[in-house]
Design a protein around this ligand. Structure first.
Ligand SMILES: [Zn+2]
Length: 252
């Protein structure tokens, strides 16, 4: 299994990070992809990338919730890292209108700037879009790069939104929300082909049921795979095989 989105460098794992990772590897998770948030998260992420080079694979980007007045300086740091280390993607980047709309314009500029970095470095993008699906789509269309591809991480939208994301060449990152009672993914997944889906936990956030509200970690990817299999009425083996293939294709 490939865990396509987990903040395993987060400080909530300080006391048992190694055990947490070993649990995941022992359960058959072959790779954990790490989205960056801001300059302050880079050191911890790169430590893990150095320690587990074939398993913990870093992305580089500025998360929309970290886009503030100093975002240009942050983007400069990100660009410097892109020039000196290898990353699998630009992420996580996007638009978040859930918490704070103060920096909406800066968020848009940061997103488009990072789409340009993706093109320059020939990388895909890992999108964080919250309460902002169509705003994000408008920016992707404005960016007008037909080679741009990636993942709508933590996808929880409507069927129409899912189809739009697929039309734009994006995969849907499915996580713990799949297990939530009113998560809504039961209305979408039966109508989507498995080839458009990848699995993620977004650890330490969004733990699946029965751990909802508690600390999330990559090993719970198993539960998400099982729930996706149930909703799509296929075997969990088929879900794991196809989603891993979809993820692998992104980084080839
Ligand atoms: Zn995330």
């Amino acid at each position: 299994m490939i865990e396509t989105h987990a903040h395993i460098y987060d400080e909530v794992f300080t006391d048992d990070r190694e055990e947490m990772l070993n649990r995941a590897f022992a359960a058959g998770i072959s790779e954990i992809w790490m989205p960056n948030c801001a300059s302050e998260t880079i050191a911890g992420m790169m430590d893990l990338a150095k320690k587990y080079p074939s398993q913990c694979r870093p992305m580089m980007g500025l998360h929309p919730c970290y886009v503030k007045g100093d975002f240009e300086k942050e983007l400069y740091i990100i660009e410097e890292w892109l020039n000196k280390e290898k990353f699998i993607a630009i992420g996580e980047i996007g638009v978040d209108l859930f918490w704070d709309k103060t920096f909406i314009q800066q968020q848009e500029v940061a997103f488009l700037t990072q789409c340009a970095l993706a093109k320059k470095h020939n990388l895909w993008i890992d999108i964080h879009s919250r309460n902002a699906f169509w705003e994000t789509v408008a920016l992707i269309e404005k960016n007008a790069d037909s080679n741009l591809k990636g993942i709508f991480h933590c996808f929880t939208g409507t069927l129409e939104e899912a189809q739009k994301a697929i039309e734009l060449n994006f995969l849907l990152g499915i996580g713990g929300v799949a297990t939530f009672k009113n998560g809504g993914l039961d209305k979408i997944l039966p109508h989507i082909d498995l080839k458009h889906i990848v699995l993620e936990t977004d650890a330490p956030y969004l733990a699946p049921v029965p751990y909802r509200g508690k600390r999330n970690e990559p090993i719970y990817l198993q539960m998400i795979a099982q729930k996706v299999a149930d909703m799509m009425q296929v075997s969990v083996g088929a879900v794991i095989e196809q989603t891993s293939l979809n993820a692998t294709k992104l980084i080839q």
